[in-house]
Design a protein around this ligand. Structure first.
Ligand code: CP
Length: 336
């Protein structure tokens, strides 16, 4: 991460949320516990709490999204914030306005937070570096770098299904690790939570050369890679980020690495199957597995709301406490 962007302040509170890399275990536990407390809001008749009343959150999505954009919007609304969804294709960036000029104009509208998705790795950090001091930035996925709220909602889903002791779990991440920001955030989160064993499984062309440096075991055979695991996290083939022919064909990929019911039987009997979406049925997974009893894919989507409420409220509470401290400092006689 760019050293000039501090996502955690001197008191250890979240200022921005850009990557899971480097965060402390207790921070991840705090996010999961806060999300747990928010998950009940979704089941209430009035699905709202007043925590972010009067705050304005801008969804700045420069790349396509279904789940992340909508669950951030729902999460912000359930916290009673005002939400602005920027339609980037219809904005003045299409007339040549620079990203920084767009940001300056939004800042002039006194907004409080940007949720950013961008095809370029590092875009959320860049924006965090350049925004006014009162604005927080949450990374909604940047290039192949990071997707930290996805990583956290995946941890929430695992904790719900398997309990809080990650040390007894074997987890396999299967597919296009090379181009996946989700895989990077999952690996960081699983390591921070002291997961017993983290495996990555995929063809040599789709696994980074240095991935073992992250403390994971590498498998190029799916039958070996998912044997006896408690959790299987499938990934989408990121065609839009592939340069050159990294795969013979999708049919061949499914034959070698697709998750079928027969292969699933090699894992633990109570294995859970996850996928961040969007799914390519018949490419990464057989439809019978997607819709089968081990799948928690739609639970992941539901949990995304509570986890995003948790992250947004924690970032905003840091700002509230910092502002209060600054006001106290300026009170005459405050240091008497
Ligand atoms: N998981 C995820 O990021 O999905 P979207 O691209 O639909 O937001």
């Amino acid at each position: 991460m760019n050293p000039t962007v501090q996502q955690v302040d001197a008191q250890g509170r979240l200022r921005h949320f850009l990557t899971l890399e480097g965060l402390k275990r207790q921070m991840l536990i705090d996010i999961l516990d806060t999300a747990e407390s928010f998950s009940g809001v979704t089941e209430q008749t009035v699905k709202k709490v007043p925590l972010l009343r009067g705050k304005t959150i801008v969804n700045l999505f420069f790349e396509a999204s279904t789940r992340t954009r909508t669950t951030f919007e729902l999460a912000a609304k359930r916290l009673s914030a005002d939400v602005l969804n920027m339609n980037i294709n219809a904005s003045s960036t299409s007339k040549g306005e620079t990203l920084l000029d767009t940001l300056r104009n939004l800042e002039a509208m006194h907004v409080d937070m940007f949720v950013v998705r961008h095809a370029e790795s590092g875009a959320a950090h860049f924006i965090a570096q350049h925004v006014a001091p009162h604005i927080s930035v949450i990374n909604g996925g940047d290039g192949r770098h990071a997707h930290p709220t996805q990583g956290m909602l995946d941890m929430f889903t695992i904790r719900r299904a398997k309990g809080p002791d990650f040390g007894r779990l074997r987890v396999a991440i299967v597919g296009d690790i090379l181009h996946s920001r989700v895989a990077r955030s999952q690996i960081h989160a699983l390591n921070i939570l002291n997961t017993g064993e983290v495996r990555v499984v995929g063809p040599r062309t789709l696994i980074p050369m240095d991935v073992a440096d992250l403390g994971v075991r590498v498998f190029h055979n799916i039958e070996e890679g998912i044997r006896d695991v408690d959790v299987i996290m499938m990934l989408r083939l990121q065609r839009e980020r592939m340069q050159g022919a990294l795969l013979p064909s999708e049919h061949e990929y499914f034959r070698l690495f697709g998750l079928t019911q027969k292969r699933l039987a090699l894992a633990q009997p109570d294995v859970i199957v996850m996928h961040p979406g969007p799914i390519n049925r018949g490419v990464e997974m057989d439809s019978q597995v997607v819709d089968g009893p081990h799948s928690v894919i739609l639970e992941q989507v539901t949990h995304g709301i509570a986890v995003r409420m948790a992250v947004m409220s924690m970032v905003m509470s840091q700002k509230a406490q910092t502002t209060q401290a600054a006001q106290l400092d300026q009170t005459p006689g405050a240091d008497a």
